[in-house]
Design a binder for this molecule. Structure first.
Ligand code: ZN
Length: 91
């Protein structure tokens, strides 16, 4: 009878150790993520922020590369990606 209890206890300990090892190997899964603060206000602020992060892209009149509109160099009524391209004659 003592041997049976010993083996049962050993099997239980091995199973507990394996289960603990498996759970420790991966991060615990979050059950439910808290909504961001903007979502609680209807998401309008999030929409404005996303629109602010999206910047208009312009095409350089010399090389044709697209660049952010905030970096534009205007010359002769055209948009250029840099001052160097604004000085060069149009192709
Ligand atoms: Zn250019």
């Amino acid at each position: 009878m003592t041997r049976i209890l010993f083996w049962l206890g050993l099997v239980f300990l091995v199973m507990f150790a394996i289960r603990t090892k498996l759970q420790g190997g991966r991060p615990p899964q979050p059950r439910r993520q808290a909504p961001p603060p903007d979502a609680e206000r209807g998401g309008a602020a999030r929409g404005r922020r996303a629109a602010a992060e999206i910047e208009t892209m312009l095409c350089c009149a010399h090389c044709g590369i697209y660049y952010p509109a905030s970096e534009t160099v205007q010359a002769k009524g055209l948009d250029y990606c840099s001052a160097a391209h604004a000085r060069l004659p149009a192709p």
